[in-house]
Design a protein around this ligand. Structure first.
Ligand SMILES: [Mg+2]
Length: 451
């Protein structure tokens, strides 16, 4: 019984009010672009990543996935699984170019979209009700345009909130089952009438923010599926996991996700940028990021705000610049988390080139104390009781697991290791271009959504 047959309601199309959120995700993006530009690769197992001894796979074609190759895997392991795997270094100028085309197509449907990577975005169709738009129909039309105009495939999830839409886009895609490629429906709609049962059966790993570290922690508590999390009292969960993570997981397990789609032009950010008197290289850039993180975290705390999106901007001596961003499943306002995420975003930037300017920006704000999770690293003060200190230390450990997963997600999204290692062998340094990752922050006001 394939979930798509059971849960993708074909008998009744939802109204816009029932399912206004789309999650659009291009398939195996980097690898697919390589195949697009070099048709001799078609049908062959292809990956983008570092080919060297310590290289990591950033993106793998479906043909490669049939052999068990996956993103985040060491290239050595990937080649062991698939001896004729073609590994290409990344061409980020090209990925960015196609990403812009992708956003332009989406912008024809709605200006209310939020890019969360080069190949992935959310749309909110609520404003199109007067035009009589039906969400599944709109998703099919959008997918047809992406396939026709970009010659790339994508999966689209249609649901009432971001949580379900993102889970649904995975269901929309092709998958590998016992070494065979099984086509997906392309568009997958999560029916509110059956969504709870569907969600319950998913592994905890499917939830946003649950990476390997948090999943291992949950498994050690006997919680392997969302249904297990849903059955546990939130206070019990909090006693094992700390209150912050428990609150998020409990909310997701109930199918609740209050996050709105925030279109680029409405992005408000709080940033700290510095042009250095003397250009910095390597570890000096990382040290500057630590100072910036301190400034941002103080500003956030003063405003009683948490940020879910962190971005970095780097400008080199030759005036070339790039930006990267990552949206987290939780809000942050402390130095440590902001620094660690920024450091992960910096990891793939070639800082052997002289860096003239570094900026860190925080956006996607939440009010402190909102129902969404805060990742707290506050150290218990000496006056606090031993019990309180124990709780703090436990919740800090858990917070570190969540943070480790978030850093892991940054690496997976941007293939940091793969790219820094590719540049070590000299293939990538000349190919990385302006605004190689994500939208340029300075251009946010003149973004693609002019309609
Ligand atoms: Mg993708």
């Amino acid at each position: 019984m394939k979930p798509s047959d059971t849960w993708n309601s074909r008998s009744r199309e939802p109204s816009l009010a029932e399912a206004p959120i789309l999650h659009v995700d291009l398939d195996a993006f980097f690898a697919s672009v390589e195949v697009l530009d070099d048709p001799s690769l078609r049908g062959r197992p292809v990956a983008v990543g570092g080919a060297g001894a310590r290289g990591v796979i950033a993106s793998a074609s479906y043909e490669a996935r049939r052999y068990g190759v996956a993103s985040g895997m060491a290239s050595v392991t990937a080649l062991r699984r698939c001896a004729n795997l073609v590994i290409r270094p990344g061409r980020f100028d090209r990925y960015e170019e196609i990403s812009q085309q992708f956003r332009a197509i989406v912008a024809d449907t709605t200006s209310r979209y939020e890019a969360i990577g080069l190949d992935e975005l959310f749309c909110d169709l609520t404003g199109l009700a007067r035009r009589g738009v039906r969400p599944v129909e709109a998703a099919r039309a959008l997918r047809a345009r992406v396939v026709d105009e970009l010659r790339l495939d994508c999966g689209i999830g249609v649901a009432r909130n971001k949580l379900f839409a993102k889970l649904a886009s995975r269901e929309a895609k092709a998958r590998v089952v016992r070494g065979q490629l099984v086509a997906g429906p392309g568009v997958f709609y999560v029916d509110p009438a059956t969504e709870a049962r569907w969600l319950a059966e998913l592994p905890v790993r499917a939830l946003w923010g649950v990476g390997p570290a948090t999943a291992a922690k949950l498994t050690s508590l006997g919680l392997t599926h969302v249904r297990d999390v849903a059955r546990v009292d939130e206070r019990d969960l909090a006693s094992h996991l700390g209150p912050a993570l428990a609150a998020t997981l409990a909310s997701f397990a109930r199918g609740e996700d209050p996050r709105e789609v925030v279109s680029d032009r409405r992005v408000k950010s709080l940033g700290h940028e510095q042009t250095f008197a003397r250009s910095l290289v390597g570890g000096e850039v990382v040290a500057a990021a630590r100072v910036h993180a301190g400034v941002i975290s103080r500003a956030l705390r003063e405003r009683h705000q948490l940020a879910r999106t962190l971005s970095i901007v780097v400008r080199f001596d030759d005036r070339e610049s790039l930006s990267r961003s990552q949206t987290l499943a939780f809000g942050v306002d402390d130095d440590e988390a902001i620094f660690r995420i920024s450091e992960a975003l910096l990891a793939g930037v070639d800082t052997s080139r002289a860096v003239r300017l570094l900026g860190i920006h925080a956006s996607s704000f939440l009010a402190r104390g909102s129902s969404e999770v805060q990742l707290s690293f506050a150290v218990a003060s000496a006056q606090e009781t031993r019990q309180r200190a124990l709780e703090e230390s436990r919740s800090r450990q858990v917070a570190h697991a969540a943070l480790r997963d978030a850093v892991d997600e940054v690496r997976r999204r941007y293939g940091n290791d793969a790219l820094s290692r590719a540049s070590e062998i000299g293939e990538l340094a000349t190919q990385r271009g302006r605004y190689a990752f994500g939208p340029a922050l300075g251009d946010a006001d003149e973004g693609a959504d002019g309609r």
